[in-house]
Design a protein around this ligand. Sequence first.
Ligand code: DGL
Length: 269
Amino acid sequence: MSAAAASRPIGVFDSGVGGLTVVRALMERLPLENIVYFGDTARVPYGVKSVATIEHFTAQITEFLLQRDVKMLIIACNTMAAVAAEVVHRLAAGIPVLDVIEAGARAAVAASPGRRIGVIGTPTTINSNAYARRMHELNPTVRVYSQACPLFVPLVEEGWLEHEVTRLTAQEYLRPVLAEEVDSLVLGCTHYPLLKPLLRDVAGPRVRLIDSALTTAEFAAERLQQAGLARSGGAADYRFVVSDVPLRFQTIGERFLGRSLGAVEKVDW
Ligand code: DGL
């Protein structure tokens, strides 16, 4: 594969700012890769929307990124990965497509010797049963216990990462899953990696937290090597594109990314 092909950016997309947790993990794991990120900030949240609507939005974003000549597509949003991954695969026409559910499911199955796995996510992700389905394909003997946690997204966007209200909410949501004595817990939403310290406390030391942002970056590194598409030199270029620039966007975005965002482009749809 030519250096020019490897220099094309990785396209990463999400319903809003949350997918920046995946970009952050990619920047750390693959510091030479160029990245173009699309966040649908005008239409977030997706986690409570219907499948038909999410499919429609997902197709639009995929086409936008394909026009940017991406070499790989990463569905950073668990909700889109849960209900619209096929739309992306169909449109991508041969370009590798990765998603957070595939990466998280593989990591969870590999990391759960007791084969009891908890999954938390938005209502649409949990209702789709996509994590449990994929994990059962990988290992039919695993037991999967799922819980929708709709209040976590607004709490994280409010910045209440260590707040007492968030702790009580987490205790309430996790109670039924922890009662099943799971040995790992998949953080099946872009926002949840920011709650890791608090969730670690609530879940206790016996439960391994599976951060799908980190596992996706690992998976992307593997696939780029296999496809001969890894970029080998030069400073990386990062582009951030959104469909709206909402109030406090910069502050919230930088919290997810863990560094300054720089210039942000807004699409005109
Ligand atoms: N990005 C979404 C996810 O990972 C969370 C935010 C939303 O509901 O759109 O499921």
